[in-house]
Structures are given as structure tokens and as C-alpha cells.
Design a protein around this ligand. Structure first.
Ligand SMILES: *Cc1c(COP(=O)(O)O)cnc(C)c1O
Ligand SMILES: [Zn+2]
Length: 429
């Protein structure tokens, strides 16, 4: 393995507080581990920085000059106390592709696709899990745990394997097989909860508290946003430090869109980008809890029993709702809702017109671009980035459904005659 130079120092000493999203109470990093004690699991914390202190030891050009091609190139903006615990797997610095053919189909020439399915465990969740294993080691934990609808679990199991931590994972028994296979192959202890993701979430927190395991749960652990924000840094840097007009991303719990918001807000506060992109949260019709709250102009959600083919965004009680709603409202963005049929069509279009294979939740973001254009919410000349959050190999049955009656497979005997006869018929069609 080649030695990868780490830029130093980190933003750990620039943390001024962990601030409760509900009551605004502020804590020092060592004072509370996860949430505001006054508000239980609802008391999600924001990591707040002194940007002048960050600016004193780094700038845009120094970052760009760093040779590391992963999320740790942004170490000067990350809340890491002990860089020696950084996992060896290459997370982040995923490609940003200009997508002119998909753009032509949608009527949007300036369209880019950020392929986060290229991460080590094939989803965006690696960014948060990579940070989680650093924090777990800083806390001297031997075991790390999470509840997840699938990808966060696979990411944590993979990152834990990379550094030699034990992992205990709580997933709904209904999670897709490929994701469960990932957990098992990485050596995680897997608890298949006979219940919903929401029930698995609560069970995991109870277990972590009793056993002293480090808990990575989305929204509950304040540092997950900090890992996810690195995708915003990459988008800005890959576009020459000129932020796009809009970023579309699928939303379930709301942690990813909250992380993107944090990342762009950091860059804006540092003066490294001139304006914030509008953040567009895409939800599935059967799981549109945040869309409903946004439309009604409130923070309270009405929990539902979610139902969508896009398992990664199938969430009845979005845990990071405050960060997600804030991300959309403060950037003058919007929430968009798409149907399962639109998601399956987007999987096909994205794959055929860019070569990027997305799982249903990730393709929902593409479907959201199409819907927002149809509704006149997006100008044709805008520069738009769509984040592909997970790889299509995560859910083969969904991919097969997407090509039902659309695929081009033919079953033939292994003879040239049979092939020629078939090609001949095709030509006549
Ligand atoms: C987790 C996930 C999302 C949604 O992220 P949230 O933070 O739950 O909003 C979207 N797509 C994929 C592939 C995911 O794994
Ligand atoms: Zn509080």
C-alpha cells in the first residue's frame, strides 16, 4: 500500500460547540456523546465550527494541491482528533460526470451525475461510516453498532472490517439479500429484526447503551453529517469551486441532504464558494413524510407506514427531519415526490444514457429531476447535479423489474443459423 499524506491539522480544535437543534443548548465535544440530554433521541446536535480558526490553517489552494484522492483530503475541515485511526479503504472522491445524453432526454444540457455508488461498499453511506470508525476508536470502543435499512449497515460492517473493529448490525428482516450478504461477508454480527427500521433503530440504541458499544445511528450520532458533508466539498471542487445551481438527492431519514447542506454552508462561510446551491430532496410517493411537512410549512411530521420499491428511502419516521427541512428551506430548494414507476424508468434511463447503474433509491433523484422540470420548478439553463447514492447491484430484483418487457434478451440454441434467423427477423421489424 502506498503512503498517503494527510493534510494537517484537522478541524477538531476549531469545534466551538455541539449545539442542540431543538433548544440551542451547547456542549463541548467531550461533554455529551450523541444527543442533547434534555431531548433524548430527538435532541440531534450540530457540530459548530470557528471558521476563522479553520481559515487560519488552510485554504482552497492548499486543499486542491493535496494528492490524496479520497474524503480525507478535507481533513482540515473534519472533526477528527486522532488522524491515525483513519480507515485504509478509499472512501469518497467519487467521479462527477457531465451527462449530455441524459440531459438531452430531460431537456437539461448542464446536468452532472455524482456517482457515489463507486464507494468501497457501493453507497454514499461509506462517508459517514468511515468517520464513525474513527470516532469509535477515539472513544476506545471495541464494538460499533448501527441500525439501518441496509446501506449504512453494509458501510459500517465494511469500514469496521477495514480497521479491525467488531460490528453488530440491526436490520429489518426485509432488507434486500445483497445488503445482508455484505454484512455477513464482512463478518458482522447481524440481528434481523422482525419489525420495521424504526423499531430496529430504537433497539440498537438500547443495546449500545447497555453494552457500551459505539453507536453510529443516523441522526443520533452528530458526526454522521460531518462525514456526509464531504460530498458537497467534492462537488464544489470538481466544478472548479463554482457551486451548481441545484443538487438533487434522494431523502429518507434526511441525513444525506443535511450533510450536503452542511458541506456547502461550510464552504460558503469560508468564502470558498460565492453562493449556495438549492437543495432538492426527492422522496418516494409511499414514503413522502418530509415532503408533506415541507408543503404544510411545519417541522412536525405525521408518521406513516412506508411502502416503496426504493428500500433505502423507505422511512416512516425520518430521524434527521430538522436538518433535512432546514437544508431545503434555507437554500430555497424544494421537496419532490416520485412514484415507483418513475423510479424504475429513471433506473433504465440513467443506465442507458450514462452507463451508471443505480439502486432504486438513488435513481429516485433522477426521477426527481424529471418531475421538477415537468412542474416548471427548474430552468432549462440551470447547472444541476444529481447525486447517485447507491449502486444498482445492491438490489437485483428491482433491476429486473425495471427491465420487464423492456430488456433485449433472447434465448437461442448455440448455432449460427439460429442466431442469423433471429437477427433477420429483427431487421424486418
Ligand atoms: C440512505 C440512502 C438514502 C437516503 O439518505 P437519508 O440520509 O436517509 O435521507 C438515499 N439513497 C441511498 C442509496 C441510501 O442508502
Ligand atoms: Zn436540547
Amino acid at each position: 500500500m502506498t503512503h498517503k499524506p494527510l493534510p494537517a491539522p484537522t478541524a477538531y480544535d476549531a469545534i466551538t460547540a455541539l449545539r442542540c437543534l431543538i433548544c440551542g443548548a451547547e456542549y463541548a465535544p467531550g461533554e455529551v456523546r450523541y444527543v442533547c440530554p434534555h431531548h433524548g433521541t430527538e435532541g440531534i446536535l450540530d457540530v459548530v465550527y470557528d471558521y476563522a480558526a479553520i481559515a487560519a490553517h488552510t485554504d482552497r489552494d492548499a486543499l486542491t494541491a493535496n494528492h490524496r484522492r479520497d474524503m480525507w483530503r478535507y481533513l482540515p475541515l473534519l472533526p477528527i482528533a486522532e488522524p491515525r485511526f483513519i480507515p485504509p479503504l478509499d472512501v469518497g472522491w467519487t467521479p462527477l460526470y457531465h451527462a449530455p445524453r441524459l440531459g438531452a432526454l430531460l431537456g437539461l444540457p448542464n446536468l452532472w451525475v455524482k456517482d457515489d455508488g463507486r464507494n468501497p461498499t457501493a453507497s454514499f453511506k461509506d462517508r459517514a461510516s468511515a468517520l464513525a470508525v474513527v470516532k469509535a476508536q477515539e472513544a476506545n470502543a471495541r464494538t460499533i453498532t448501527t441500525a439501518s435499512s441496509g446501506n449504512a449497515a453494509a458501510a459500517l460492517a465494511g469500514m469496521a472490517a477495514g480497521v479491525g473493529l467488531e460490528s453488530v448490525i440491526f436490520v429489518p428482516a426485509s432488507a434486500p439479500q445483497a445488503k445482508i450478504a455484505q454484512l455477513l461477508i464482512y463478518g458482522a454480527t447481524v440481528v434481523l429484526v422482525e419489525g420495521t427500521y424504526d423499531q430496529a433503530f430504537d433497539l440498537c440504541i438500547a443495546a449500545a447503551n447497555q453494552q457500551g458499544w459505539y453507536c453510529r445511528n443516523t441522526a443520533y450520532n452528530p458526526y454522521m453529517t460531518e462525514g456526509k458533508k464531504t460530498a458537497a466539498y467534492e462537488i464544489a471542487e470538481q466544478m472548479g469551486w463554482e457551486a451548481p445551481d441545484r443538487v438533487f438527492v434522494a431523502v429518507g431519514d434526511g441525513c444525506i441532504i443535511g450533510g450536503l447542506h452542511k458541506g456547502f454552508a461550510d464552504l460558503h462561510a469560508l468564502g470558498w464558494i460565492e453562493r449556495m446551491p438549492r437543495l432538492m430532496g426527492v422522496q418516494a410517493e409511499g414514503s413522502a413524510v418530509l415532503y408533506e411537512a415541507w408543503r404544510r410549512g411545519v417541522n412536525e411530521i405525521r408518521p406513516i407506514v412506508p411502502h416503496t420499491i426504493a428500500d433505502s428511502i423507505s422511512v416512516g419516521v425520518p430521524r434527521d427531519r430538522l436538518k433535512a427541512l432546514r437544508a431545503v428551506r434555507q437554500t430555497d430548494g424544494a421537496f419532490v415526490v416520485v412514484s415507483d414507476e418513475e423510479i424504475l424508468a429513471a433506473m433504465r434511463d440513467l443506465a442507458r444514457l450514462t452507463g451508471v447503474f443505480a439502486e432504486p433509491a438513488a435513481a429516485a433523484a433522477v426521477a426527481g429531476v424529471r418531475r421538477a422540470l415537468a412542474d416548471g420548478q427548474v430552468g432549462r439553463d440551470e447547472r444541476v447535479v444529481v447525486v447517485i447514492t447507491g449502486n444498482g447491484l445492491k438490489d437485483i430484483p428491482a433491476a429486473m423489474r425495471a427491465v420487464e418487457g423492456e430488456g433485449k434478451a433472447v434465448r437461442l440454441p448455440p448455432t449460427v443459423d439460429a442466431l442469423m434467423a433471429w437477427l433477420h427477423v429483427q431487421e424486418k421489424d
